[in-house]
Ligand binder design. Structure first.
Ligand SMILES: NC(=O)c1ccc[n+]([C@@H]2O[C@H](COP(=O)([O-])OP(=O)(O)OC[C@H]3O[C@@H](n4cnc5c(N)ncnc54)[C@H](OP(=O)(O)O)[C@@H]3O)[C@@H](O)[C@H]2O)c1
Length: 339
């Protein structure tokens, strides 16, 4: 670690408290341990973690499913032992080549895991300052879900003012950001979720909310310019049937029952079926960049996006939180304060 120019240097302990998973498995493999504090490498900073938040990504890294992802995450044992990709905190040290950040700055971004610990490393290409007036918890709720919703709607869905957007799966992390970002882009939003989340999704700004236990968006006769599919639970023909000519279908997931490949076969099959449709097919993996994080920071600051947080938990609540995410019916975001 280099010594940044700052009058009061924080004391950084050589070891820290972290929630660790040393093997793949259900959330009961998680245990609080004392581990070495990481050091920031070139182009990285070390932050004292004030808050993190849970995502489906953490569930996949924890369980090592679908199995093909172990090619990247470690075949026998996980390379990443501390989960929590969403990170908000205070810079306590900067690595070589970092001159745009200094000790004491409040920042948030997407890390390579590490957020469920007292300290974590963030790369400067994957983080931005937290604007004044925005809390650590709101910032921590935002990176992965916010980037995914933003890139789905703006980049792939090319949402224009007045477009009619369908958000299938509006109640989870991505969905609650998507409803608000679609409204901020000037769209008319129809949102789909289960009964207990209808009021929340309406409060987030959706113009119409369909409770999927009672109403089926496929049979209502409505047609959309953009469909953001966060659930991936319908057939390609059903999705095509609700799209106007020239519409964009943007999918980020699918049924996860295939042990080896998860949603990949369903998404590929859907893409093939869209070749004969009068609507375009867009599948993508969210990629963080400073520009999109800065735009989200601006939206947090001007409150065009206000993260919906279901609850704030400590490390001792993470196993239950991830179990909930694995079951597929999470309500908005679960924020973690490692403490
Ligand atoms: N491609 C990418 O880059 C990318 C990035 C982030 C996330 N993802 C994936 O996108 C999906 C959504 O992520 P997330 O963070 O929002 O997950 P999440 O927070 O776990 O939320 C999942 C949501 O799906 C909803 N849902 C379940 N069954 C549904 C159905 N039949 N109809 C409509 N909604 C349904 C649930 O709402 P109810 O309780 O109302 O059912 C729940 O709120 C996950 O599968 C995740 O792995 C992909």
């Amino acid at each position: 670690m280099t010594s940044p120019t700052h009058e009061t240097q924080p004391t950084i302990d050589a070891t820290m408290r972290a929630l660790v998973a040393r093997r793949y498995g259900a959330p009961d493999v998680l245990a609080v341990e004392t581990v070495p504090t990481p050091s920031p490498g070139e182009g990285q900073v070390l932050v004292h973690v004030e808050a993190s938040s849970l995502n489906a990504l953490d569930w996949h890294f924890l369980t090592g499913t679908p199995l093909f992802m172990r090619m990247m995450s470690g075949v026998r044992r996980p390379k990443r032992i501390v989960h929590g990709a969403d990170i908000a905190g205070t810079v306590v040290a900067v690595g070589a080549g970092v001159d745009q950040y200094s000790v004491g700055q409040r920042v948030f971004g997407l890390g390579d895991g590490g957020g469920l610990a007292a300290y974590a490393v963030l790369g400067v290409k994957h983080m931005v300052p937290i604007p004044d007036g925005v809390s650590f918890q709101d910032a921590a709720a935002t990176p992965l879900a916010g980037i995914t919703a933003l890139q789905a709607l703006r980049t792939h869905g090319t949402v224009q003012p007045g477009d009619h957007v369908l958000v299938n799966g509006a109640a989870g992390g991505v969905g609650t950001f998507a409803v608000q970002i679609a409204k901020a882009l000037g769209a008319q939003v129809t949102a789909v979720c289960s009964t207990g989340k209808v009021d929340m999704v309406r409060r987030l700004g959706a113009d119409a909310v369909l409770d999927y236990t009672k109403d089926d968006f496929v049979v209502g006769g409505a047609r959309f310019d953009v469909m953001l599919d966060n659930a991936g639970n319908r057939t390609p023909a059903e999705c095509i049937s609700v799209l106007r000519p020239g519409a964009r279908y943007v999918v980020v997931t699918g049924p996860k029952k295939n042990r080896w490949l998860g949603p990949v076969p369903h998404i590929l099959w859907t893409g093939i079926k869209f070749r004969r449709a009068d609507a375009s097919f867009h599948q993508f993996t969210a990629a963080t960049n400073v520009e999109d994080l800065a735009l989200l920071a601006e939206m947090l600051a001007n409150r065009s996006v206000v993260p919906e947080i279901d609850r704030v938990i400590g490390l001792d609540g993470v196993a239950a939180g991830l179990t909930e995410i694995g079951a597929g019916h999470t309500r908005s975001k679960i924020v973690v304060t490692p403490g």
